[in-house]
Design a protein around this ligand. Structure first.
Ligand code: 0O2
Length: 211
């Protein structure tokens, strides 16, 4: 018999620690007046036992191999305002000394067939336990608010229809994915224009000061 509480405890610990660390990054950006924070908010979860069992069954993973073969028992999600911020978050994750990156999956350049978009990183994270150090696999999903909105709705529909979403709703989800993509594009354009306006404004100010 598997003792789930004992098995999942270090995963919960890893999620809690990483949430605190990434929220700390956000705080640091917010204190700096020069750069905008690429992190809007951070959430995290341990995969529910029923989902672990479903996925293990679906992917033929024996329960004694979960630790090495199920990479998202611990999951952290980083939400960004703009698509450009995703890149900034990925870069800052790559630079960290406490995260060892095992795998990266770019579902932004390679959108999934469902319409799902996000950037996934699987890291090895050291948790200190009373039995010594334990390296835990954690999946970090980095996405925009629009990508997250779409994925959350699609996820609950998958659950509602036990994975068999009716055709007409699938079509609507595809349309919604397209709309979310366009929303991200529009926001990026606006961001670009705001940044450009700021540069022009700063230049004008400097010119006035030097006269
Ligand atoms: P849950 O309920 O969120 O835990 P696979 O599960 O085979 O598609 P793999 O290789 O395990 O994928 O890893 P991947 O692709 O990084 O996906 C892991 C997680 O990404 C999923 O976990 C979802 O959270 C999210 N995800 C991936 N594809 C989709 C999608 O099409 N729609 C939505 N809404 N989320 C997606 P789980 O275990 O599937 O689900």
């Amino acid at each position: 018999m598997m003792n789930w509480d004992v098995f999942l405890a270090p995963y919960q610990q890893a999620v809690d620690e990483i949430k605190i660390k990434l929220r700390g990054v956000r705080k640091q950006y917010n204190m700096s007046s020069t750069s905008h924070t690429p992190i809007e908010f951070v959430t995290g979860r341990i995969k529910p036992i029923s989902s672990i069992l479903d996925k293990a069954h679906r992917k033929n993973i024996p329960l004694d191999e979960l630790e090495t073969r199920m990479q998202d028992l611990a999951g952290v999600r980083v939400m960004c305002q703009f698509v450009e911020d995703i890149d900034a978050v990925v870069k800052l994750i790559r630079r960290r000394k406490d995260f060892e990156i095992i795998e990266e999956r770019d579902y932004i350049t390679n959108e999934k067939r469902s319409g799902y978009r996000a950037y996934h990183l699987v890291i090895k994270y050291p948790v200190q336990t009373i039995g010594g150090e334990k390296k835990i696999l954690v999946e970090i999903q980095v996405k925009t608010l629009a990508m997250n909105f779409w994925a959350t709705i699609e996820h609950s529909l998958l659950y509602k229809y036990s994975g068999e979403i009716p055709e007409d709703i699938i079509d609507r989800l595809q349309n919604a994915a397209e709309a979310a993509f366009r929303l991200d594009e529009e926001m990026s354009q606006i961001r670009g224009e705001v940044l450009e306006a700021q540069v022009i404004f700063r230049k004008k100010e400097e010119e006035q000061r030097s006269h």
